[in-house]
Design a protein around this ligand. Structure first.
Ligand code: NAD
Length: 244
C-alpha cells in the first residue's frame, strides 16, 4: 500500500495532486525546482478555489479532516529529501519528454527499490519514461484532470513491461483519493491517451463547423449541451478560467 508519496512539480497539477493524496491519507512531500512555486502551491492547497479551506466552507469536508490533510503535506526544494523512504512518486513537471526522462532517471536513483513512479503527462509515451529508469516494471502513467482535488479522472496507462502490482498499487491509491481508475494501454506513436485524443477530435470538428459558417461558437456549445447533456460545450471548455 502507498502511504508516503513525493509529488514533483508544485504547479497547477502538482499542488492539486498533493492535496488529493493527502486527503486520501498519504504523507506527501511536495517538491519543485522553484521555491516560489512551492510557496504558491502550498498557498493554493490551503486557500485556493479548490483548496482545503474552500472544501470546508462548502461543507465538503470537516475542518478537522482538512487540517489533518494539510498537516500531512510537507514541502522541500531538495529532491533527495523528497524521495527518501517514499512508496511512490507522482511527477507533474512541464510536458517535455527530455525533461521528464532526465527527471525519471534521477528519481530512480533517489527512491527506495520498492517505490513506484507515476507520471501525470497528458500524452507523452510512458514506455519512454519507464525505460529511462532501471525499474520499468514500476513505472506507470497516471493522468489526472484539472482541478485534481475534484475531478474523478484517473487514466492509468500501462506499457508492456509494467508489473500488475504497480497497476494495483496505483489503482488502490487512486480509489482512496476518490478517483475512478480506468486502466488503458500506452500508445507511444500518438500524443494523448483516451480523454485528450477524443477531446482533440471534438475541438477540431467544432472549429471546422464554425469556420464553415454553419453555427457560432456559442451555438455549437448550446447544441452539444442540449443534445448530449455535456456540462460545457467545446468552446466554453477552452476559455481561460473554465477549468481552473
Ligand atoms: N494543467 C492541466 O490542466 C493538466 C491536466 C492534466 C495533465 N497535465 C500535465 O501535468 C504536467 C504539469 O502540468 P502543470 O499544468 O501543473 O504545469 P505547471 O507549469 O503549472 O507546473 C510545473 C511545475 O514543475 C516545476 N518543475 C520543472 N522542472 C522541475 C524539476 N526538474 N523538478 C521539480 N519540479 C520541476 C516547475 O517549476 C513548475 O512549478 C504536464 O505534464 C501537463 O501536461 C496538465
Amino acid at each position: 500500500m502507498i502511504s508516503t508519496a513525493a509529488v514533483f512539480g508544485a504547479g497547477v497539477m502538482g499542488a492539486g495532486i498533493a492535496q488529493a493524496l493527502a486527503v486520501a491519507g498519504c504523507a506527501v512531500r511536495l517538491t519543485d525546482i522553484s521555491a516560489d512555486a512551492i510557496a504558491a502551491g502550498m498557498e493554493r492547497i490551503e486557500h485556493g478555489r479548490f483548496g482545503l479551506r474552500r472544501a470546508v466552507a462548502r461543507g465538503k469536508m470537516a475542518a478537522a479532516d482538512a487540517e489533518a490533510a494539510f498537516a500531512r503535506i510537507s514541502s522541500t526544494a531538495d529532491d533527495a529529501a523528497a524521495c527518501a523512504g517514499v512508496d511512490a512518486v507522482v511527477e507533474a513537471v512541464p510536458e517535455d519528454l527530455t525533461l521528464k526522462c532526465r527527471l525519471f532517471r534521477r528519481i530512480d536513483a533517489l527512491v527506495p527499490d520498492h517505490a513506484v513512479l507515476a507520471s501525470n503527462t497528458a500524452g507523452l509515451p510512458i514506455t519512454a519514461l519507464a525505460w529511462a529508469t532501471l525499474r520499468p516494471e514500476r513505472v506507470i502513467g497516471w493522468h489526472w484532470a484539472q482541478p485534481a482535488p475534484l475531478m474523478r479522472l484517473a487514466e492509468i496507462i500501462t506499457h508492456p513491461d509494467c508489473a500488475p502490482r504497480t497497476v494495483d498499487l496505483i489503482c488502490d491509491i487512486a480509489r482512496r483519493a476518490g478517483k475512478n481508475p480506468v486502466v488503458i494501454k500506452d500508445q507511444p506513436e500518438i500524443w494523448g491517451f483516451v480523454a485528450n485524443r477524443i477531446n482533440r477530435a471534438v475541438r477540431i470538428e467544432a472549429a471546422r463547423v464554425v469556420a464553415e459558417g454553419i453555427a457560432t461558437e456559442d451555438e455549437v456549445d448550446t447544441i452539444m449541451k442540449d443534445c448530449f447533456r455535456w456540462p460545457m460545450g467545446p468552446f466554453e471548455m477552452q476559455r481561460p478560467g473554465s477549468m481552473t
